[in-house]
Design a protein around this ligand. Sequence first.
Ligand code: DUC
Ligand code: ZN
Ligand code: ZN
Length: 471
Amino acid sequence: MTAFDLVIRNGTVATAGDVGAADVGVRDGRVVALGEGLARGAKEIDARGRLVLPGGVDSHCHIEQKSSGGLMTADDFHSGTLSAACGATTTVIPFACQHRGQSLRAVVEDYHRLAAEKAVIDYAFHLIVSDPTPQVLGQELPSLIRDGYTSFKIYMTYDVLKLDDRQVLDILGVAKTEGAIVMIHAENNDVIAWLSERLLAAGKIAPKYHAQAHVAPAEREATHRAITLAEVVDVPILIVHVSGAEAIEQIRWAQGKGLKIFAETCPQYLFLTAADMDKPGLEGAKFMCSPPPRDAANQEHVWRGLTTGVFHVFSSDHAPYRYDGTGKLAKGEGTTFKNVANGVPGLELRLPLLFSEGFGRGRFDLSRFVALAATNAAKLYGLYPRKGTIAVGADADIAIWDPERRVNVTAAMLHDNVGYTPYEGRALTGWPVTVLSRGEIVVDEGRVSAARGRGKYQTCGVPGPLAKAFA
Ligand code: DUC
Ligand code: ZN
Ligand code: ZN
């Protein structure tokens, strides 16, 4: 009998803390040994010249979710999780999204049904709370938090999702009492509505006007307000999908005051700009998300935020809509920037983009890449150390990267159901060649062998910022 089901040999293993040569021994889906010269395993992978990294944790993605406008995302739990796995992500945390009038508990059960049947990698859930009725605040939310749904997103914009300040305070109050972390979409709804009305009245309906409606001051103001409300309640929050300098300035200010303000950014704010929405016809709709990508100077601020620690997590905010009547063009001839579904795909390319242009270009070291790719999200949302690291006892969720592999991105090579990528034609260096989920090879040199439904639900523990020893 062999000591290990699998040994990954001769690679360079990196965690958020260390980088070094080591073999990784796996048994029963877990890492059971790290060291030099491990005994032979039943199966062996030679990782010479390769980097052996924790599988990614994508802690913000919308999968098989109905948009605020009633459209279903292009990816279900099968295509979404398959696509994630092909891009080195082994855990996703999508949303169980409550629309107004729905019971949160019933919503959670629905998403479980969908995911259990289709997911190929492991998953947890955040909640989206859009209807904080007394029943939700007093009973459903506290009981769901106790059951391990310890993070939820709320919106300060989108007419059918947005909460007013009083409702935000109510939600933050429950998070404080019950021990949860609130993720906040911070944009000023009235500013966006007021600007949108004027743009539309002037006949400015093309996708590029989306950026002129969702201006940076609207994001800055709401970010400051969210921070203020969290300060009043004295509870940590996370500002999601931060797009640029104005919001970053608020977050840095709050962090400097010692407030527990966490922040997330996404590939679209590093690699896209508002100019991408200025394309002939409706093509620009492929690049529309909220907040919108800004400009090159803002991209640099976001990069700096990733290297200096303003940002803790780097997520895709994968919100996939096809460029056809099922998605971006659902309103047909009458499409204006106001009625295009918001969101860009990113589950599969999140990590290859960050690896190539962040680590590969020397903006940060490998441990920082791992922290942003996996560890910080796992810690923040209570999945660490089962997920997000390579350590004895952790799940063997591992991505083996060829740091030299050159790849030109095309939509055709991706595994989502979107049909285009905003990153078409980008030349990347570094690619995940083999991906393991709980010790099982699910992707190997482009071949995918992950059974539908093999993904397992992961209950979240206490969110990191509420735990005593959170680094
Ligand atoms: N913005 C969101 O808030 N959610 C999904 C996609 C987007 O662009
Ligand atoms: Zn959002
Ligand atoms: Zn989102």
